[in-house]
Design a protein around this ligand. Structure first.
Ligand code: TXA
Ligand code: MG
Length: 355
């Protein structure tokens, strides 16, 4: 298949033409990779079973891992799922934006989309291209991250091309994603509580402004991949975000981490560090996460840095474990999975989650 590449530039007229062509592809059952504020998504009509089948095939995705359904307006959830007051309270505060809510599904959504589950994940993206494409196509859009299953999620059109060129109909290049990590996925528990199944830019503290009680699924912070027990959010059990390079994840105070890497690293290695630490090393490839303590910038860059490690042909990359809380909870969750859940503990960091 010849993949077509189109670019949106912010020019109203030409962007509308790009979106119109992409909407034709969606309506006729094809697949288009689109920018969203989190990561690029591989979009197909959520009403067409054939589109969902193509999505699973193009990604090489296990059939038991359900897709997120994207809608243009929070109220559109009612067309595809059974909503409730808590959903609308959350939507009012966080939609459009990087929050995905699990609701009971309606029959119009084929079971291939939800991997046989009777629930459906709903998200209303804020990215204008994603939003407009859903509007113009007139279909809700099923879209997982636009990477081959297992590799880091794409935050640029170049990442999508590296994974899916020749496997999908079209790619819309909308520049780099603003957030860089996938949306927060939550389950609603009764009238005023929720559980975070996958952490993202909408943090548990932020959710607490709307929900009386916010729980975090153990799968979010436990370093082990879930075993045979069916996890609540099936995606959490798969090895994920993994570059070919071996990620050496170290739980240690910063000084200890830096010294350890400087003294022991050899061969073709990289080290993921804040800008300020770049001068500490003579050898190795610096994978800079941005200014120290800038969790948003580090989140924006993570997947791109993991891909760069492979482009540079690195054998291993040293990464310091972030704290499993607040703004770095999502980073923690992704980094632990990219390291295959192996953590090397050096010195006392006070982190209770080490292995
Ligand atoms: O930011 C995002 O959410 C991006 C952009 C493209 O919107 N999409 C994304 O999709 O990350 P994906 O397919 O890579 O991840 C979806 C996650 C998986 O962990 C999946 O298991 C979970 O959501 N999920 C989907 N439907 C679910 C359901 N009905 N119940 C529980 N978890 C569900
Ligand atoms: Mg994904």
């Amino acid at each position: 298949m010849n993949t077509e590449y189109l670019t949106v530039t912010g020019n109203r007229e030409t962007d509308e033409e790009v979106i119109r062509r992409a909407a034709d592809v969606i309506r006729s059952g094809g697949l288009v990779a689109i920018p969203t504020e989190t990561v690029y998504g591989l979009a197909g009509s959520a009403y067409l079973e054939g589109s969902a089948q193509k999505i699973f095939a193009a990604k090489g995705r296990p059939a038991d891992n359900p897709l997120i359904v994207h809608i243009a307006e929070p109220g559109d959830a009612e067309n595809v799922a059974h909503t409730n007051p808590l959903y609308f309270a959350l939507a009012k505060r966080f939609m459009p934006g990087p929050l995905t809510v699990i609701l009971k599904k309606r029959d119009c959504i084929p079971s291939t989309v939800t991997a046989g589950m009777d629930t459906v994940a709903i998200r209303c993206p804020s990215n204008p291209v994603a939003h407009r494409l859903i509007e113009v196509s007139g279909h809700p859009i099923a879209a997982p991250s636009a990477n081959r299953s297992g590799s880091p999620s794409p935050t640029s059109a170049a990442h999508v091309r590296a994974d899916l060129d020749g496997l999908i109909d079209m790619v819309i290049d909308g520049g780099e994603c603003e957030i860089g990590l996938e949306s927060t996925v939550i389950r609603l528990d009764g009238e005023d509580a929720c559980t975070v199944l996958r952490p993202g830019a909408v943090t548990p503290d932020m959710l607490a402004a709307v929900c009386r009680k916010v729980m975090i699924s153990p799968a979010v912070v436990e370093p082990q991949l879930a075993g045979d027990a069916p996890p609540e959010s099936p995606g959490m059990k798969y090895r994920h975000y993994s570059p070919k390079a071996d990620i050496v994840l170290i739980d240690a105070p910063e000084e200890t981490f830096l010294r350890y890497v400087r003294e022991t690293a050899e061969g073709h290695y990289g080290v993921m560090i804040p800008n300020e630490d770049a001068g500490y090393f003579n050898g190795g490839t610096m994978l800079l996460t941005g200014p120290r303590n800038d969790a948003k910038e580090a989140s924006r860059r993570l997947f791109s840095l993991l891909r760069r490690a492979d482009e540079a042909g690195l054998d291993h990359v040293y990464v310091r474990l972030p704290l499993p809380e607040g703004e770095t909870l999502a980073l923690y969750n992704r980094i632990v999975r990219s390291a295959g859940c192996r953590i090397l503990k050096l010195g006392g960091s006070g982190n209770p989650y080490e292995k």
